[in-house]
Design a protein around this ligand. Structure first.
Ligand code: NAP
Length: 321
């Protein structure tokens, strides 16, 4: 395989315009490439976005190359990191002068920014997944309905969503139970270790499984009004769905597909039960908008008021449709 550091070397050049990097796997396919120029105009940033593609679990030197470049080049302002959030932090921790409490708790960063001589890392996902949930689940929902959460996939998003729930002060805003399913053990172990550091009354259950029929069974036992989250990446990063077409969503519950592009098989399975079982459905678009706006605000030191967010949301939606 070719050396991604060499492939990407043209990206790590001294910049003449303020630049935000997007560290991912297939960054060119993301809607942000079309959305960012519009947002830059609205926010008066005069900035550009540049993608940096690295293979999943890239070598440490790849992560150090991009992080050192951002640190040393004055017009390289920062980055949003996706997919590589844990690996990048593990490889570059010594380069950061500041890591926010969520980055320290979760062992990952989605935002790289600079203030003065400080290179700063933030884990924004507990905040942005929370803002997304607040956008479609009404306050007090969990206390009122007794619904539970089944999170298929125990990676970065499962960490973020569960940490967000655990931090909510009002018990009615927290599900009583959160079940995380993963196809391999390491992610379940690290999720468990993070939960052990939390002071929470949420009952967590960890299930090691990669058989969609078993996921159907777990889903079938959930109480009405529960939420099933597809946090596996299946239907975008990999083909398929973590459940079968026979799986029954909880009555009057929620199906949250974390992605907004790709085949989205899980979401289409939920759509087929929308009327018969009263399933409410959300895709990953609002998560995308909150995720990016929060990191851009950090990188360019912008105060994100609700009015400003609404403008950015509207501009992004006009591109989506
Ligand atoms: N809309 C947005 O802005 C937004 C924001 C965040 C995330 N997302 C999307 O949400 C998805 C998850 O993100 P992430 O950051 O949590 O990814 P991640 O860290 O890669 O986690 C995915 C997890 O799902 C597990 N998995 C895969 N297939 C499975 C299956 N069939 N059954 C059970 N577990 C399975 C993987 O297991 P292994 O450990 O064995 O690999 C991995 O732990 C991605 O597709 C991402 O693009 C979207």
């Amino acid at each position: 395989m070719s050396d991604p550091r060499v492939d990407q070397s043209h990206v790590l050049v001294k910049r003449e315009t303020p630049t935000m990097y997007f560290v991912g796997v297939t960054t060119g396919k993301s809607s942000i490439m079309k959305v960012f120029p519009k947002w830059s105009d609205i926010l008066g940033l005069g900035a550009q976005i540049v993608g940096y593609d690295a293979p999943i679990h890239a070598e440490d030197e790849v992560y150090r190359a991009i992080t050192e470049h951002i640190k040393s080049d004055p017009l390289s302002k920062g980055a949003l990191v996706t997919t590589h959030k844990i690996d990048l932090l593990n490889a570059t921790r010594d380069l950061f002068e500041y890591l926010d409490p969520y980055a320290q708790l979760c062992g990952e960063i989605s935002s790289i920014s600079k203030r003065g001589n400080q290179l700063r890392g933030h884990a924004k996902d507990p905040i942005t997944s929370g803002l997304s949930l607040q956008a479609f689940v009404e306050p007090g929902y969990w206390g009122r309905t007794g619904g539970e959460v089944l999170c298929l996939g125990a990676g970065g998003s499962a960490v973020a969503i569960s940490v967000y729930f655990a931090g909510l002060p009002d018990a009615a805003d927290r599900p009583r139970k959160f079940i995380a399913v993963n196809r391999s053990a390491p992610r379940l172990e690290s999720l468990k270790a993070i939960h052990a550091k939390l002071d929470t009354d949420i009952e967590f259950e960890y299930v090691l499984n990669d058989d969609p029929r078993v996921n159907d069974e777990i889903m079938g036992k959930l109480p009405p009004y529960s939420m099933v989250i597809n946090a596996t990446g299946m239907g975008k990063d990999r083909p398929g769905s973590p459940i079968t077409d026979d799986g029954l969503f909880p009555e009057n519950g929620w199906a949250w597909e974390l992605n907004y592009r790709g085949e989205l098989d899980f979401m289409h399975q939920a759509e087929r039960q929308q009327t018969s079982r009263g399933v409410r459905i959300e895709d990953g678009w609002i998560y995308f908008v909150h995720g990016w706006t929060q990191v851009i605000a950090e990188v360019f030191d912008v105060t994100l008021t609700p009015e400003l967010f609404a403008k950015l949301d509207e501009a992004a939606s006009s591109i989506r449709s």
